[in-house]
Write a protein of this length. Structure first.
Lengths: 553, 352
């Protein structure tokens, strides 16, 4: 590990802060930087040192086409995800929509559902023989084939709306009511206030949500694997040539390096934008809510319609979970409880899921807070943010293999690391760190660093200043990070699949296994249980968060 | 709030302390566990675990499926310095030839009663064991075409008789295949056409390629997609197709008249296995009559002659009676074919 001494706010860094930063940097160095560099260098040496044949003809053109495809898809997904999520978020937070928590809970379901099964549920609905395809046909509408760009945009939009929604809602809760009150008192209508005050104040979160959706789309494997057809994207090129029989070993290397380069350029651009849109709040007062009956009623209707549309594929999963078979018919040929009986016996699988959840989530949330504070107060360390973001876009299987290869022979206290669950925990933590770090960073972005400096100059130690001045202001972002983090830990698949040690098959692995074995119904039953379990966790966290919130209002 | 942070920190520390305890001990006086990397289908995997544990009281079997044969090899390669698996199980023997060359396997000569290293099929000899005993074939399937009969009827399409019939322009957009660069199953089918058509093989594939909308990177989903009626045909293997039919789906498997080739399932002991004695027992267990017959229930063709009556649909006799041209894998062709397949399908896929 390289020793980097962070600068303190006023020049020095106290020992406790240096230690905390050191641990966080060590974790990322050990489980991300070293394994990836090791993997890239060792395979580059192996591949390029042997007398190599030329790359396939027109490879450069192909690479550009795949790159264009990747970014075009990410762009379309980002736009459609935000266009749907932004009005939903504003309605839920600002218009006293009845049972908004229930809608919010329901809208989180796509995030909880393993990507594999989501893609299949889209096929059940919109495939050539899909239920909706048939319904549309009766109305005289021919739905285009979904294997390709259309199917990808649909599944990725479904999957990313909850992300956008959670980040935007967290953002809306940080807009102090007085600025909206001022606008209103000067005669601005609700719509005008929303467009001229609320949305501009939300730019950091809109940008953060966009970048999360954009990168999720770039890193997605489940969608391209099941529904991508001929629409080729970078993540799939890496995956299918990395885990392959006759694949060209140079392709995953070239594409990985290319992807890392592109994402760094992208992040530099985003950081520049973030600086332009930073809206600082000096102090916090409760948020503004509008009491407008017309808006509330039409808003409720809008939320209901969008939610039902978005949740159709998940309804299909529930139906599938009770099905004996479901091919090419309106409803399954026969229903059964057998799938649930099989799944109910998998208590070990559920227990392992909970253990992993309880271990990885605290690790990534703590790391998220530490890195968030570091990037905020130590501009000299911000280069590291490009690295902590990498796991978002690098295929999970590459991360899994890199950690496995890097640590297969390492022993701690006589115990071999590669047979233990430690590597699995580390892999999931590294893979999901960006998911919690981004919302926490968005929270930090709104804080004026001057407050902490003031506390420090008044004699508070940095740690104390952070706890008393900064943390209360980012805690809403931290809560949304915990919720997103929990969900993404439970659904992590790509690196777990390659790294899980004997006895550690969790629910997400179980679902993927039975989907790929063709036991879609059994996999659906487990997915439903997973949604319920994580759903309960989400509701409990939200409840605790709102209770905690009240203390500060 | 401070309290909450402190709780998080405590959790982290506790987790860090307990994590090593959660790992399995690797120093055992006696072999008490067996780690099997296998991509065999779920019910067979459950059965082999349960039965082996029953036969060896006190032993725990862990079956790990890293998501396909290719991923399994990648995992074994990454762990080469400190192998975690004792057995590499399932996937066709070309994968095992590769694993042998990479030094991932160690030899063992099975002692299961009735198992012979070669199998006589219509006068031709099929090698079941590697010549140095690094791996062994434990059951078989055939290459060919899975068809969704409902969709074929609905679209009023003729049924293909030969593999080359898949080039019929009426099938445009309806033929599915796994990506041959990624999946060895797809390659086995291509190797069969190599034997059927020799130098003309690429003319036929140029035409079939036009009917294939895309090459699936998820090798296992091709059967589900045909089952659902998303596509009318998939180039694949007999067993998954016939099991789907047995489960009541409107599908069938066509053994092409121009050639159906044996696709085998192999296994071997991992080099440096931590539980070598149990591993040897396991190899013999999989080759035992009991497990051969169990596989047959799921239409895996046993590698021991005379185990099943010729009337049983899983017997070699029954299956080969349906096959006009029965082909055996020819490893000598592979050297020549591999770079050609890589180049040709690389181009097909890039240009789609």
């Amino acid at each position: 590990m390289t020793k980097i001494m962070p600068r303190r706010l006023n020049g020095k860094t106290s020992a406790d802060v240096a230690l905390i930063y050191g641990i966080a940097i060590a974790f990322v160095t050990l489980f991300l930087i070293y394994p990836i560099v090791n993997l890239l260098v060792s395979s580059a040496l192996a591949v390029f040192s042997s007398a190599s044949k030329p790359l396939p003809e027109h490879f450069l053109g192909y690479m550009l086409k795949v790159t264009w495809n990747t970014f075009y898809l990410a762009f379309l997904t980002t736009v459609s995800s935000l266009v749907i999520a932004l009005p939903l978020a504003i309605l839920i937070t600002k218009f006293k929509i009845r049972s908004s928590n229930i809608w919010l809970g329901l809208l989180t379901i796509p995030l909880i559902t393993p990507a594999f099964i989501s893609s299949f549920s889209v096929i059940i609905l919109l495939g050539r023989t899909g239920v909706l395809t048939k319904a549309l046909k009766l109305l005289g509408i021919q739905f285009p084939p979904i294997y390709g760009l259309i199917g990808l945009v649909i599944t990725q939009t479904l999957h990313t709306i909850p992300y956008s929604l959670l980040v935007l809602i967290a953002g809306l809760k940080t807009i102090p009511r007085h600025i909206e009150e001022a606008a209103q008192s000067m005669g601005a209508g609700i719509a005008k206030t929303i467009f001229t005050i609320v949305i501009p104040s939300l730019y950091p979160h809109i940008l953060m949500a966009s970048i999360m959706v954009f990168l999720t789309s770039i890193g997605d494997i489940g969608g391209p694997l099941i529904i991508g057809g001929n629409y080729k994207v970078i993540s799939m090129e890496i995956y299918s040539n990395f885990i392959s029989y006759l694949g060209d070993e140079r392709i995953p290397l070239i594409f990985s390096a290319w992807l890392i380069l592109l994402s760094i350029i992208l992040m530099i651009g985003v950081n520049k934008l973030m600086q332009l849109t930073n809206v600082k709040t000096k102090f916090r007062i409760g948020i503004m809510e509008y009491n407008n009956k017309k808006a509330r009623v039409s808003g409720t209707l809008f939320i209901a319609v969008v939610s039902i549309l978005l949740l159709l594929p998940y309804g299909a999963i529930i139906i599938q979970s009770f099905a004996v078979r479901w091919n090419n018919t309106w409803l399954p040929a026969a229903f059964t409880l057998a799938n649930y009986q099989k799944v109910a016996g998998e208590t070990a699988t559920m227990l392992k899921t909970l253990i992993l959840l309880g271990t990885v989530t605290p690790i990534i949330v703590l790391l998220g807070i530490i890195f968030g504070q570091m990037y905020k107060t130590r501009p000299g360390m911000r280069w590291l943010s490009y690295i902590t973001l990498l796991p978002f876009i690098l295929p999970g299987v590459v991360i899994g293999v890199s950690i496995l290869q890097g640590y297969s022979t390492v022993k701690i206290f006589g115990l071999s690391l590669s047979g233990s669950v430690i590597l699995m925990i580390a892999a999931i933590a590294i893979r999901r760190l960006p998911v919690v770090l981004k919302p926490i960073e968005a929270g930090f972005a709104k804080i004026d660093i001057g407050q902490e400096e003031a506390a420090v100059s008044l004699g508070a130690r940095e740690l104390k200043a952070f706890m008393t001045v900064i943390f209360p202001q980012i805690r809403i972002s931290v809560y949304s990070a915990i919720v997103i983090g929990m969900i993404k830990v439970v659904t992590e698949l790509a690196s777990s699949l390659i790294i899980y040690p004997p006895g550690w098959r969790n629910m997400s692995l179980y679902v993927a296994y039975y989907v790929s074995e063709g036991f879609i119904s059994q996999a659906s039953a487990m997915a439903v249980i997973m949604i319920i379990l994580v759903g309960i966790g989400t509701v409990v966290s939200n409840y605790l968060a709102s209770k905690e919130n009240k203390k500060y209002v | 709030m401070k309290g909450m942070l402190r709780k998080l920190a405590v959790l982290l520390v506790v987790a860090a302390l307990f994590a090593p305890a959660l790992s399995r001990g690797t120093l055992q006086a006696q072999e008490k566990e067996l780690v099997v990397y296998s991509t065999i289908f779920a019910e067979y995997a459950d059965k082999m675990k349960a039965e082996f544990e029953k036969l060896n009281p006190g032993v725990k079997v862990y079956i790990i499926n890293p998501g396909g044969t290719e991923a399994m090899i990648k995992k074994l390669e990454a762990e080469k310095g400190n192998p975690q698996a004792d057995i590499m199980h399932s996937g066709d023997s070309s994968n095992y030839l590769y694993a042998k060359k990479q030094g991932l396997l160690q030899p063992y000569a099975p002692t299961a009663p009735g198992f012979k290293p070669t199998l006589d099929i219509g006068g031709k000899q099929l090698a079941l064991s590697d010549k140095d005993n690094y791996y062994h074939v434990f059951n078989m399937m055939f290459t060919g075409i899975m068809v969704n009969e409902d969709l074929v009827k609905e679209k009023k399409l003729p049924l293909p008789k030969n593999f080359k019939d898949l080039a019929n322009p009426a099938y445009k957009g309806l033929v599915m295949s796994a990506n041959p660069l990624k999946s060895s199953t797809a390659v086995t089918n291509i190797m069969a056409t190599y034997q059927m058509y020799g130098d003309k093989v690429w003319d036929i594939w140029d035409a079939i390629n036009k009917n294939i909308p895309y090459y699936s990177n998820s090798s296992s989903s091709i059967y589900t997609l045909v089952e659902k009626g998303e596509f009318a045909f998939t180039i694949g293997l007999s067993r998954p197709a016939l099991v789907s039919r047995k489960n009541g789906n409107p599908v069938n498997f066509i053994f092409p008249e121009d050639g159906a080739m044996i696709s085998d399932n192999a296994m071997g002991i991992v080099a440096g296995a931590k539980h070598p004695n149990l591993a040897k027992k396991f190899i013999d267990f999989i080759l035992s009559d009991q497990m051969q017959l169990f596989g047959a229930e799921y239409l895996y063709i046993p590698v021991k002659k005379g185990l099943l009556p010729a009337s049983n649909p899983a017997s070699l006799e029954y299956t080969s009676a349906q096959i006009k041209t029965l082909l055996l894998p020819d490893p000598s062709l592979e050297e020549k074919a591999r770079p050609e397949i890589q180049a040709k399908f690389g181009e097909y896929i890039r240009l789609k």
